[in-house]
Write a protein that binds this ligand. Structure first.
Ligand SMILES: Cc1cc2nc3c(=O)[nH]c(=O)nc-3n(C[C@H](O)[C@H](O)[C@H](O)COP(=O)(O)OP(=O)(O)OC[C@H]3O[C@@H](n4cnc5c(N)ncnc54)[C@H](O)[C@@H]3O)c2cc1C
Ligand code: SF4
Length: 480
């Protein structure tokens, strides 16, 4: 870090990160009259420049151009957002509350107070703030209609998803930045609210170290674009840099803690997609890309959720090569696609490799079996829907029942757990109120605190817990 000290700022609370965790904390606190400074490593992104062209948008809106991978068996692509809005800027907008059985497990096994009743007001507050509503069948489009037909014929339980969108026109490019700003990501909801209430939002500001003095948070040292150093002095610091970067920041700050859990317990919700060629015109590029779910196998840790996309997406994701790939792409308008996500019991870790994260993750036998079963179910689904051909994400000739780890072509979108909450300081990095064990004034409010995978998409859970933290700080537990 450059020794040049460009600025020194004074705040009551310094928040690091503007995604699902950081933005609600900043807005709620600022509106409650607290002097907030928020540091975001990425930039403000102007929706007028959201072209929906994949290479351009990946380079601009994603960390490492979307090329973050895990190391292990099998390697998994793990894209992350970077900029005001964090990963909510490029996510699909799906909104689920935390399932009751997951909350019950967190209370039982991790000793944290997260009853449905205690979280309900926070969920309601978040859903109102980001305009959560159910997708209509019309907006869901042809791809969802194919999948729905399959689910109905098989009598599987399914539903249209709830999403944080207002005035969505079904342009189908949510993960490349919503060009019409219909998707209500935190960069256009909570961050403007925080700003209006007086919070200072600093972009291009990478937090390098959390400062601790006499056992309590004292501020943050950050590197600004151009290399100068910014020091924010603040007696309360809320870290929300995301599951991959939060443990790296805390380790750099010498705050690994005595639990030995920082950087461990990484869950991912590994996922894959199956394509099918139908007789009808599907036009998967039209409509909300992620609009339907099938939760019939949720108890087995298998959630079916789609994510369709434009031809460039299909060309990359289709598990075919050569002439078969070209033939399938020629029939693009007849292609349908649906996804499979596993609520994983495997656990990985994050460590620093220079300035970059080294993410290790090996899939265990139970999760491999979930993929095998899930792929069999996906084949049944598209057969029931009347598919002419089904393209499983496996090498030619490999049956889903016999698939090995290295046969699977996986991505993951929901890293969680690397600074997990646990009532006991020898078992978790934060306690149930998201305070870092053994330190005063330091909190974590992002995906890293969630102690297990959820089986559903996590943004609402992260936002609700962040909201609860902000409200409890405002209620005056003496920290702010
Ligand atoms: C393609 C895709 C689709 C998804 N779809 C959905 C969906 O439909 N529904 C859902 O619930 N979830 C979805 N997710 C996941 C969801 O968006 C994330 O779980 C959620 O945004 C995580 O919130 P967070 O606060 O932990 O981190 P993030 O939202 O990633 O925010 C972290 C922020 O911190 C910043 N930062 C990192 N390090 C530093 C530092 N040192 N200093 C300053 N700033 C820093 C980052 O730039 C980033 O802006 C999707 C994810 C992806 C990749
Ligand atoms: S489908 Fe299009 S308009 Fe709707 S939220 Fe996604 S990108 Fe925005």
């Amino acid at each position: 870090m450059s020794a040049r000290l460009a600025q020194r700022l004074q705040a009551e609370v310094c928040v690091i990160g503007s995604g699902a965790g950081g933005a609600p904390v900043a807005a709620e606190l600022a509106e409650g009259g607290v002097r907030v400074a928020l540091l975001e490593e990425g930039a403000w992104h102007d929706p007028d420049h959201f072209t929906a062209r994949s290479p351009e948008m990946l380079a601009r809106l994603y960390r490492e151009g979307g090329q973050t991978f895990t190391l292990g068996r099998p390697p998994i692509m793990l894209p992350l957002g970077r900029g005001i809005g964090g990963t909510t800027l490029i996510n699909s907008g799906t909104c689920f509350r935390t399932p009751a059985h997951v909350l019950a497990r967190w209370q039982r096994e991790y000793g944290i107070e997260v009853s449905e009743d205690s979280l309900r007001p926070c969920f309601e507050r978040v859903e109102e703030a980001i305009s959560v509503d159910t997708v209509t069948p019309e907006l869901a489009g042809g791809n969802a209609a194919v999948v729905r037909r399959g689910a109905e014929r098989l009598r599987w339980s399914y539903g249209y998803l709830r999403r944080n969108a207002r005035g969505c026109v079904g342009s189908g490019v949510c993960t490349l930045g919503c060009p019409t700003s219909a998707k209500q990501h935190t960069g256009i909801t909570y961050i403007p609210r925080a700003q209006r209430a007086g919070a200072q939002i600093l972009t291009g500001a990478q937090a390098k170290r959390v400062l601790i003095e006499r056992g309590r948070a004292a501020g943050v040292l950050a590197r600004l674009e151009g290399g100068a150093t910014l020091e924010v002095r603040a007696p309360t610091v809320v870290v929300a840099a995301g599951t991959i970067n939060t443990p790296l920041l805390l380790k750099r700050s010498g705050l690994a803690g005595r639990s030995g859990q920082l950087g461990r317990n990484l869950s991912l919700h590994p996922a894959t997609a199956v394509f099918a060629r139908m007789d009808e015109i599907v036009d998967m590029a039209r409509g909300v890309p992620q609009s339907l779910y099938i939760d019939h196998f949720a108890e087995q840790g298998i959630m079916l959720e789609g994510s369709a996309g434009p031809p460039a997406y299909a060309a990359l994701a289709l598990p075919l090569t050569g002439a078969r790939h070209a033939e399938a792409m020629r029939a693009f308008r007849q292609l349908a696609v649906f996804g499979l996500m596993v609520s994983d019991s495997s656990r990985g870790s994050v460590a620093a490799l220079g300035s970059r994260p080294l993410i290790r993750y090996d899939m265990n036998a139970a999760d491999l079996q979930r993929f095998r079963d899930g792929l069999v179910r996906m084949r049944e689904l598209f057969s029931a829907a009347g598919a002419r051909e089904i393209y499983l994400p496996l090498p030619a000739g490999v049956d889903p029942e016999m698939a090995r780890r290295r046969d699977l072509k996986l991505m993951a979108f929901h890293p969680l757990g690397t600074a997990r909450a646990h009532a006991r300081p020898d078992q978790g990095v934060v306690d149930g109120s998201l305070a870092v064990h053994g330190l005063r004034g330091l909190y974590i409010a992002d995906g890293s605190v969630l102690p297990s995978s959820l089986g559903v998409n996590p943004q609402l859970t992260i936002m609700a817990l962040a909201t609860r933290l902000a409200l409890s700080l405002l209620e005056g537990d003496g920290s702010v």
